[in-house]
Design a protein around this ligand. Sequence first.
Ligand SMILES: Cc1ncc(COP(=O)(O)O)c(C=O)c1O
Length: 390
Amino acid sequence: MNSVKSKLPKIGETIFTTMSALAQKHNAINLSQGFPDFPMDELLINCLQKAITDYSHQYAPMAGLPILRELLAEQWFEKHEFPIDPLSQVTITSGATEAIFDAVQAIVHPDDEVIILEPCYDSYIPAILLANAKPIPIPLEFPTYQIDFHRIYQAITPKTKAIIINTPNNPTGSIISHQEFLQLEKLFYEFPQLYLISDEVYENIIFDGIKPLSAFDYKGLRDRTFAVYSFGKSLHVTGWKIGYCIANPHLTNEFRKVHQYVTFSSPTPLQYAIYLYMKQNPNYYTLLPQFFERKRNSFLNLIQNTAWKPLDCSGTYFILLDYSSLTDQNDVVFAKLLTEQYGIASIPVSVFYQEPTDHKVLRFCFAKKDETLKLAAEKLKFISQSLCVE
Ligand SMILES: Cc1ncc(COP(=O)(O)O)c(C=O)c1O
């Protein structure tokens, strides 16, 4: 049999699949993969039922249902206080993953370089490699996970085509501040060849009264930015895989050339169900910060006074716990041991780097029922008592 010459020879099964399978095998509490274990809003279920019975099951328009795009533009105006055009600036995709892939393919040419800030979401590197381009990883500063602009300036070459950012950030829970966006804007003025792919899928999950910022809010970035979003995160329906991209018309035009040959369009009934839901519950997203902040705080309360040391978490539904006072084992080994022997699954943060970088932190997802978080905290307390040698 001919063996295929892989286009992604270094890419194997993702750690999310590995850890979830391990969690299942050992009947562990799964705080590894980022999805809610609580049900979606009943109103959304009703909207889906209505969409399935009353609406079309044929292809949606390539750029997405116009009525949904119009609502998104209205929502955008409410949040950002400047308008976007639903026809030429909003494109519905099959999840943010597709939007990121399409944006990369739309602008990145063979041998270009794309700067990614690590730790980062795992779809960025394969998307860059499939464009025959080179990912250039720059680490975020540990433990604040702020952008190291000095290193970005050092990394920029005539081949640098784009930078991918993510705020609020998975896995770190950090956000890009106004000051950092201003620095980014300055950098973009200095390097007119650059584009920005801004992964903002957790835009609605942000805590402590912090105002969510989009790269698209900054005039110096706007014309060169693809901002990417996911209903999976905002509506607790990760399995729906519906996302969208906001970009100025000249970029949207190139973006849609890719989108129309990757998926052409995304499932019509799901788009319509989201439209119905947003129409009836336009402020749904305003409740998310409070909802997840309460979960973050109660999880942290439950594990306080243990050897697990939380890092700052300003957004997303992930929190990083530093375990360095428990063991000096590397994070992959320790995460597997916790799953197999103590029944709690997490994600080792080193896997979000191209070259494994072990700061002895694990990522835990708190988008879980209160009972799940309570059980998880009990396990973490037990581990702390069992392993702590102080
Ligand atoms: C930072 C980040 N970007 C993109 C995605 C993908 O979103 P979607 O499920 O809508 O493709 C995720 C999903 O976990 C994510 O965490």
